[in-house]
Design a protein around this ligand. Structure first.
Ligand SMILES: Cc1cc2nc3c(=O)[nH]c(=O)nc-3n(C[C@H](O)[C@H](O)[C@H](O)COP(=O)(O)OP(=O)(O)OC[C@H]3O[C@@H](n4cnc5c(N)ncnc54)[C@H](O)[C@@H]3O)c2cc1C
Length: 483
């Protein structure tokens, strides 16, 4: 099934409990904080259905059409189809929607490819994850996830001594029908726009955290689920001209609060098993597949940054200065290198051992680390190219329509090659990407969406062929003695 944009929008008008501060949002598709982004997702749904998007955004299998991010790759060609889908979605938002519908879906596809892991300690849970994969694929669902404990959960003595409920999500009751959950999970990007939420643990739990190890899926509108959204950056901040990116692409981030939420057993995938709750992501291709999407998305953002750097330098009349050209070339070379890191993941793909393939994990994690290390620095360099341009602009474009101020604005703010209004448009777009609150959220996103830096480095450490590399040193040392 391939849903239309309208069908998608109708699906998320479901009474979900979304809060902006104490305001309960009646309809996310209609609220100024969310409506524009909801329309972007709807447009993605429409784009995906186009007939000429076969093997780009959708595939056909046994008569069923479904989004390409649910394709279980059996060879390199399948990997290329998946990457083409991520590219098309990333191009649509210029990489500004991090958890677009192809992200968590890729993780679920990877979990299903390695579903035998779910049976590692008995329990027959593999059938449930396979059924969930089928459910998400056949319904063309948009999934979001919250797979971190809240920061307040780190010191249990705080709430144990003060007679407070532990903040982190856990099973508080269970019966023949399923489990009851209470607590909170951090931090679901895109959740207010999603159909369902995946809840789990990407960071290892202590062996004692048995009840926290629950891994499950719930509809966003499940009774007892509440989404506490962070401050919105979208249309509430003014007209599109002044904030063109945050206006459309604020994907939102929410804490997910559970109050006596009942989850039926068929949607519980890990239960009372702290080690397994994390292993499912690293003993299956799930993490590789979802984070390959992140790499492809990041590459789209880099292309936008390079284009912006060039246009800003041109607008400032500095683009042909040798030192500025050199700066642009260096930034563009980083974008090109990143593109190569993505293509290399397909070139040097790996095998799962059960008939499927996955992107090269080492190159994928290196690309994540590259993004963590360089995104802020690249933004800083592009912002430096902007000089004081954005602050030369008047507070509002309404000056352009003013009979007295408009001509002054056009006379004094234009350059030889560019009208004042066009310059202002460019600098406001640049500021939205590089200096606004929306921009700073993106800076934080690129640092943390996989986890903090030390976790990203740990993923990289685990995939280095240390024996081979140390063997190179050994082989040299073996070739000579002390004399
Ligand atoms: C914009 C945004 C969107 C996100 N979207 C999602 C999402 O969709 N789904 C989801 O599940 N999660 C999401 N996250 C959450 C993200 O996974 C976590 O923020 C991330 O794992 C970091 O955890 P933390 O914020 O608790 O930081 P902390 O773990 O508290 O880290 C804070 C700082 O302390 C340092 N630090 C902490 N412990 C150590 C240590 N032992 N050694 C060295 N340094 C240490 C870290 O490096 C970091 O610099 C998102 C986060 C952001 C910022």
């Amino acid at each position: 099934m391939l849903r239309s944009g309208d069908e998608y929008l109708a699906g998320i008008r479901d009474g979900r409990a979304v809060y902006i501060g104490k305001e309960r949002v009646a309809d996310v598709t209609d609220h100024p904080a969310f409506a524009n982004a909801a329309r972007m997702y709807a447009a993605m749904y429409d784009l995906k259905r186009a007939d000429d998007m076969r093997d780009v955004l959708w595939v056909e299998d046994g008569g069923e059409r479904y989004p390409a991010w649910f394709l279980k790759p059996r060879d390199r060609r399948d990997l290329e189809i998946r990457t083409a889908a991520h590219r098309a979605i990333a191009a649509f938002s210029h990489g500004l929607l991090g958890r677009s519908p192809d992200h968590v879906a890729s993780s679920i596809t990877g979990l299903s490819i390695g579903s035998q892991v779910f049976d590692r300690d008995g329990g027959g849970f593999s059938e449930r994850i396979d059924a969930y994969y089928e459910h998400a694929r056949s319904g063309d669902l948009y999934l979001a996830y919250a797979i971190l404990p809240p920061q307040g959960a780190r010191k249990p003595e705080l709430y144990q001594s003060a007679d407070r409920s532990p903040p982190t999500l856990r099973v508080t009751a269970e019966d023949s029908e399923g489990v009851v959950l209470n607590g909170m999970k951090m931090l679901a990007t895109g959740a207010v726009f999603a159909d369902e939420l995946w809840i789990g643990n990407i960071i290892p739990l202590a062996p004692s955290q048995v009840k926290e190890s629950v891994t499950c899926a719930v509809p966003v509108n499940a009774p007892g689920v509440a989404l506490w959204a962070r401050k919105p950056f979208g249309a509430t901040q003014g007209i599109e001209f002044h904030n063109p990116l945050s206006h459309r692409f604020d994907e939102s981030d929410s804490m997910i609060v559970f109050k006596d939420v009942h989850v039926p057993w068929e949607r519980v995938f890990v239960h009372d098993n702290p080690a397994l709750s994390r292993d499912i992501y690293v003993r299956t291709p799930a993490h590789y597949m979802s984070n390959h999407q992140s790499n492809v998305r990041f590459a789209a953002k880099l292309r936008l940054l390079v284009g912006l750097a060039s246009k800003v330098a041109r607008s400032n009349g500095a683009r042909d200065i040798p030192a500025v050209r050199e700066e642009l070339a260096d930034i563009a070379s980083m974008e090109a290198a990143y593109g190569g890191m993505i293509d290399g993941q397909l070139q040097a793909f790996g095998e799962t051992g059960n008939g499927y393939v996955h992107v090269n994990p080492r190159y994928m994690y290196a690309a994540i680390n590259y993004a963590v290390e360089h995104y802020g620095r690249i933004c800083d360099r592009v912002r430096t190219l902007m000089g004081g341009g954005v602050f030369q602009m008047p507070a509002s474009i309404d000056v352009a329509d003013d009979p007295a101020l408009g001509p002054v604005f056009e006379d004094y703010w234009s350059t030889a090659d560019e009208a004042a209004t066009e310059r202002m448009k460019l600098f406001h777009l640049a500021w939205d990407l590089l200096g606004s609150e929306f921009a700073m959220r993106h800076d934080q996103y690129e640092k943390f969406y996989v986890g903090p830096r030390f976790i990203v480095r740990d993923y990289n450490f685990r995939h280095v062929p240390w024996d081979d590399y140390e063997g190179l040193v050994d082989s040299i040392m073996a070739g000579y003695g002390t004399r």
